[in-house]
Each structure stands twice: as C-alpha cells, then as structure tokens.
Design a protein around this ligand. Sequence first.
Ligand SMILES: [Zn+2]
Length: 331
Amino acid sequence: MKICIRCVLPETFPGIRFNEEGVCNFCLDFKGEEALKEEKEEYYHKFQDLIKQVKGKSDYDATLAYSGGKDSTYTLYLLKSVFKLRVLTITFDNGFISEQAFKNIRTVCENLAVDSMVFKADFQLLKRIFSAGIQNTMYSPKALERASTICTSCIGLVKFTNLKIALEKKIPLMAWGWSPGQAPIRSSIMRINPALFKSTQEMYRKPMHDLVGDEINRYFLTDEQFKSRDFPYNVSPLAFMDYDEEKIVNKIKELGWLIPTGLDANSTNCLLNSFSNQLHIQKHGFHPYAFEIAGMVRMKVMSRKEGMEKIYNNQNNEDIVTSVRKKLNFI
Ligand SMILES: [Zn+2]
C-alpha cells in the first residue's frame, strides 16, 4: 500500500492524491510550522481575552468532557492550574471506560481540586446503537473520515450531554481535550451558533432516532433550548498550547495519573476503541485515526516513525475485542 512519505496517510484515504515524489495533497496544502506558530500565539491571546470576559459570571467557568485519557487530563490541568478557571468535568460513561480511567478521573480531580460529574447513559439503549454501528455505516462518508461509526455515535452523545449541562448551569465555556491533529486551530475557540448547531444535532440525532426512536431525544436539545441566549463557546486548548506527548504524560503523572495497561496505542481510556477501529479498517481500508495522526506528524508534534507505529503496527488486544463483543451480545 502506498503511504505519503511525509505524513502517514495511505492511498485508501478519501480524496488523497500524491505528487511525483510521493507527497500527499494534505501535506502540500500545509502552511508550515512558522505560520502555525503565529496562529497559535494569536489564539492563545484570544483565549485569554475570552477568559477575562466570562470568568466568574457563573458557578463554573468551563465544562470539560473528561474521559480520563491523557489529552483530557492534561487539558484539565491547563484549565485549572494555568488559566485558573473553575471547571466542572463531565464524564460520559458509555459502559466501556476502563477501571484505570475511572481511578485516574477520581485521583486527578481530587488532586486538582475540581468538581466532577459522571453521566452514565442507559446501557441497553447504547448497546442497540453501538451494535447497529458494527454492521452499518450510519453517518456520511465525510464524518467517517475521522472516526468510526461507533465513536461518532458516542461523540455525538458526549457533545450534547455537555452542552445540555452547560446550558442548564449557564457555563460560558465548553472545553475539549482534542489533540492538535483533531482540532483545527481556526475552530479552537468558537461560540456555538444555535442555528448551525441544530443541523449538527440532526446529523447525530437522526441516525440514532431511526434506530431507537424518541427515547434518544432526551440526550439532545429541545427546540426551546435552541432559543437560549446562553450558548457557550467551544474551546480546544491543545490546538494552541505546546503539545508534546512525553511532557504531557510526565506532567499528569505528577497529578497521580497512571497509564492504563492492555489498551491499544491510540486510546488510554475506552475499551470500545480497539474494537471499533478494527471494524473501521476492515470496512473502509484506513485507520480512523490516520487523519489525526497525520496532522500531528505534519505539525511535528509527533515523529513520523511514531505515527507509523500507531497507525500500522497497532496490535489489537484480542481479549478486549472478545469482551467488547460479549458485552454487546455480538459474538
Ligand atoms: Zn502527507
């Protein structure tokens, strides 16, 4: 299989083209590290201005979707210790969060002195949605370039669970631990536009509604809620802060965070991940994290060697896959 000589994208990735040397169009479009550095600087100041505007106006300054993984843990550290915000972490328990991730959530929240909330969604409902995602591609090809069907369903529920809580508590910022490869810098600080977000909601809600009916509606906003004047800002600090995996892990270890063992190389928190990645590769011919990892290689926050390792030498843990299939009654 042909793979870009600069990043890690394979020839099976949608819309990819290569020049004569074997460099892909995504790499050729990349503006370079200098431009990126300037943009990062600009967004860092933008974030500080925004903090001045919103800080202290509500019980909490920011929500954080907290999976217990390294990126969201480091984001929590930045929000609390660097930007001095009052944070409410929200963990969406999809039934597959590892025990170590839960321990990490408890320990890190205690050590950083922040409030934490766990929302455990009805697992029978989730089971129907995740199982359907094993056989069907529920979303548009575009949505599936960056995440598997199962992850897309889960992320949709996470996004709107966070938004509902932020609206109810009038929390002005909704923070996310997206890595620099997942969050483009230009959308790393953005006020939610309710009209646009209504179509985003439908993108997620409709396929799940087709499966399980009106029961899914409680996880999404009502028309009345879309009229709110308190729509928060989405912020992804890792897009404009320094990102170095080794430094991040060392920092969060100081907060008592421990590396979960036995999981695949891309996820330190969710057991469903290896399984849904494996299905995605079989179905679409590329790893659902390829785009994200390629972006990080391009930005030089990850070496190409390490990126290749993550995308192409990713040994599945068969024990985890078997236990996931069992829990979804899909053997
Ligand atoms: Zn490339």
